[in-house]
Design a protein around this ligand. Structure first.
Ligand SMILES: Cc1ncc(COP(=O)(O)O)c(C=O)c1O
Length: 401
């Protein structure tokens, strides 16, 4: 059988349009395709491969759990899930955890819990959900509706109701939208897909205060920012604002699909037996790998290392920009960074991504104007340097075209 990009068009639903490159092997921050071409990975599977590819601790956990027990129905619990939940709650504001399989599912659980909490405590009227323009929370119909990008939510018929949107960092408008009928506010503590946009401190604090004033739950979507990505275990820990519910996925499993919703006991009690669930949520194989990823990331050494690596990226990108003048700024936090294209290159982020691939580098975009980097949190310095050198070649090829 010829396994190539043409086969994709034949057998796969056309909702993606992948590159012609088909990776077959990865080790750390290096990846090889079918032809043996080598790539430096600055994408990390969109902030998923927090420890690079095939990290020994994760491979060991997968192999060990793989020869013990793979799956159980949720009529029985399992050791890896309980251990992981204990570690997550010990390390955060949360008391209890619900496991899912993806970011969207963790957010779906968070939104359903918020609605149930409001219904139980205040009655049917308290159903309004406020979220933010350019926000991204996943592709289930509820989460895509709460996300702030009509391009993703339009075209599927009637949407779940009582969802309103506000500009991120616009506290005045937010104040005019929130009221006692508001059940929850969902936000990313740093918008990822929307363009790597950080919140103003006054804004996050103001949102928290207004949620408290109106008895609304604050949900932080930490699917992209969580598990060390910003140099904190979770981004909220660097903001001085604590949410009521937090969702985590992506880096949580280091490449094995898993999601989690974290909350307090007081709120969690509204998801009584039978109210919500998932066949695979809390699967022992996923939780065993996630536990190993969590143990490895949640150390002073790795979290401090993220900040050191951030500086290497910033210095390297700024040096490239001094030579080629393509960015207006480099923004973001930790290893969730965006190089924002200046007026001359508006709308061309995808060209930068394609030129990177041609030069042996995997990068990402965040919208049409931002080149995004979300590498492994432990990417070696030599790979950062080599990757930046390849990125410089990609930039030069576009500037000189
Ligand atoms: C902030 C945020 N929330 C939710 C999601 C959805 O996660 P998943 O694709 O695992 O459903 C993403 C994915 O990019 C994300 O960045």
């Amino acid at each position: 059988m010829q396994v190539n990009r043409e086969l994709f068009n034949e057998v796969m639903v056309p909702n993606y349009n992948p590159s012609a490159v088909i990776p077959v092997k990865g080790e750390g921050s290096r990846v090889w395709d079918q032809q043996g071409n080598e790539f430096i990975d600055f994408a990390g599977g969109i902030a998923v491969n927090c420890l690079g590819h095939c990290h020994p601790a994760l491979v060991t956990a997968l192999k060990e759990q793989g020869s013990k027990i793979w799956h159980l129905a949720n009529v029985m619990t399992n050791e890896p899930a309980l251990r992981l939940a204990k570690k997550l709650t010990d390390a955060t504001f949360a008391d209890q955890v619900y496991f899912a399989n993806s970011g969207a599912e963790a957010n779906e659980a968070a939104l359903k819990l918020a609605r149930r909490w409001a219904l139980d405590n205040f009655g049917e009227k308290k159903a309004k959900i406020i979220a933010f323009n350019k926000g991204f929370h996943g592709r289930t119909f509820f989460t895509v509706t709460v996300g702030g990008q009509a391009a993703y939510s339009d075209g599927f018929g009637p949407k779940p109701g009582e969802v309103v949107h506000c500009d991120y960092n616009d506290l005045e408008t937010f104040k005019s939208l929130i009221d006692d009928d508001t059940c929850a506010v969902m936000m990313e503590p740093l918008q990822g897909e929307g363009g790597i946009i950080a919140p103003d401190m006054d804004f996050v604090k103001g949102v928290r205060e207004l949620c408290d004033k109106h008895n609304a739950l604050l949900i932080f979507d930490e699917v992209q920012t969580g598990v060390g990505r910003t140099g904190e275990l979770y981004a909220y820990q660097g903001l001085g604002v604590t949410p009521d519910i937090l969702s985590s996925a992506k880096a949580l499993g280091g490449g094995f699909p898993i999601g989690a919703m974290l909350t307090t006991k007081e709120i969690a009690k509204h998801l009584k037996p039978g109210t919500h669930g998932s066949t695979y949520g809390g699967n022992p194989l996923a939780c065993a790998v996630a536990e190993a990823a969590f143990d490895t990331v949640n150390t002073q050494q790795v979290l401090e290392g993220v900040k050191v690596r951030e500086q290497l990226f910033r210095d390297g990108l700024n040096a490239i920009n001094e030579k080629y003048n393509v960015f207006s700024e480099v923004r973001g936090k930790g290893l969730l960074l965006g190089a924002v294209l200046n007026a001359d290159y508006q709308g061309r982020a995808r060209d930068f991504l394609n030129a990177s691939v041609e030069n042996g580098l995997m990068s990402l975009v965040a919208g049409a104007d931002v080149v995004r980097f979300t590498p492994s949190l432990v990417i070696p310095e030599a790979d950062i340097k080599e990757g930046l050198a390849r990125f410089e070649k990609a930039v030069a090829s576009l500037v000189n075209a």
